[in-house]
Design a binder for this molecule. Structure first.
Ligand SMILES: [Zn+2]
Length: 281
């Protein structure tokens, strides 16, 4: 992605070199399963954290304050540039539709973090907390995306994930998330999961809309990087890797094919009105 020299957002809170972050000791397999279940899980993070703490049996160790390496600094600039581009795009789109966009914050952390949705650790994967309207990310996740999920990696994989989380912020501002939670009440688990899939796929669609508006910054191969990340984190891909079988009723994020389809639809159309995932699942 061509991002160097472009505006950097002031809305990034970099907590990576803050001491006192707790990391799990021996999270091992359990940590990985939780990560897999919660990739891009957004609002589920709060449900998962208590489980994590239980599993760890309170065994945490305090991470020493580590200064940021040159690469860490570079990644910080990249994240700030991408966030700035989401602010520009969504600010413009909201204005076009007679609404006002409210910039979210993005928190970079390592180990664990406190949020208005509860405590979370790196094992939760990147997520958005509607209660404080902040995106939380441990950039170590992107190494896992490559090594554990077989994604290609690349800078645009990270940009896609940021844009997906910002998609959840859009859904919060538009009231879509609140409506979905209301609609889930009294439904069977399978029906509730379907609604969750629609919400996640719409966030992928919004990520595509954002990419559409930023085509001038794309390098060759960027869209493939995003699709590879979307492909790697489909529920079917994760389930077949972890369980050796696929149980569609338990999907909460959508299949690899669906995630790629909706990202591509957003990228092609650039029209927020076409993110009709709730009508199509
Ligand atoms: Zn999500």
């Amino acid at each position: 992605m061509k991002w160097r020299g472009s505006r950097e957002s002031d809305n990034v809170e970099d907590r990576r070199s803050v001491s006192g972050g707790k990391i799990a000791v021996g999270g091992g397999v359990i940590g990985i399963i939780i990560l897999l279940l919660n990739v891009f899980g957004g609002e589920n993070a709060k449900l998962i954290t208590p489980v994590l703490e239980q599993m760890q049996g309170g065994q945490t160790q305090t991470e020493a304050a580590a200064p940021l390496s040159k690469e860490d600094e570079e990644m910080g600039h990249f994240v700030k540039s991408v966030l700035a581009k989401t602010e520009d795009t969504w600010g413009k789109i909201f204005t076009e539709h007679g609404m006002t966009y409210k910039n979210p914050k993005l928190v970079l952390f390592r180990g664990s973090v406190q949020t208005a949705c509860g405590g979370a650790s790196s094992a939760s994967g990147p997520f958005y907390c509607p209660a404080d309207q902040k995106v939380y990310m441990d950039l170590g996740f992107f190494e896992e995306l490559k090594t554990k999920f077989g994604a290609k990696g690349g800078d645009f994989a990270i940009a896609y994930v940021i844009a997906h989380e910002i998609g959840h912020h859009i859904q919060t501002l538009l009231g879509t998330s609140a409506k979905m939670h209301q609609d889930q009440e009294g439904k069977s688990q399978a029906e509730a999961n379907k609604l969750s899939v629609a919400l996640e796929l719409q966030a992928d669609f919004y990520a595509g809309v954002w990419a559409h508006d930023n085509q001038q910054y794309l390098d060759e191969g960027d869209i493939e990087e995003a699709l590879s990340a979307a492909n790697a984190v489909g529920d079917d891909a994760i389930q077949s890797k972890m369980q050796g079988q696929i149980v569609p009723d338990s999907f909460t994020h959508g299949t690899s094919e669906q995630r790629m389809y909706w990202f591509k639809k957003g990228f092609k159309t650039g029209d927020i009105k076409q993110g009709t995932t709730f009508e199509e699942i």
